[in-house]
Unconditional design. Structure first.
Length: 102
């Protein structure tokens, strides 16, 4: 899908970019976060930014909104991006729009 989006100049947008918090305990992400002195959420949002995805994290807490925007004073290495890429489980974290029970 990403090739198609690239070919047509379409910017993908991450829905639920933090997987509703399910990824925050992932050890590999915690290790990368410690290395950069950042939160796991910041690492994931930075990974999405560096890999060409728009991301709109939800928060109503001012400190989290600020933290979510504090992504531009560090860069993930190619090795870190590869590590994060391997964590993809190809699963849905929200309702399936094709099988939603109204």
């Amino acid at each position: 899908m990403e090739d198609y989006l690239d070919q047509h100049g379409i910017l993908p947008v991450a829905w639920s970019p933090l997987a509703q918090g399910q990824i925050l305990q992932e050890q590999a992400l915690q290790t990368i976060a410690e290395h950069h002195n950042k939160s796991v959420a910041q690492i994931v949002l930075r990974w999405q930014f560096q890999t060409g995805w728009a991301t709109i994290p939800k928060s109503i807490r001012p400190e989290r909104i600020q933290s979510n925007a504090d992504l531009f004073d560090f860069t993930l290495t190619d090795e870190e991006i590869t590590t994060i890429n391997t964590l993809d489980q190809h699963k849905r974290v929200g309702p399936d729009p094709d099988n939603f029970n109204f």
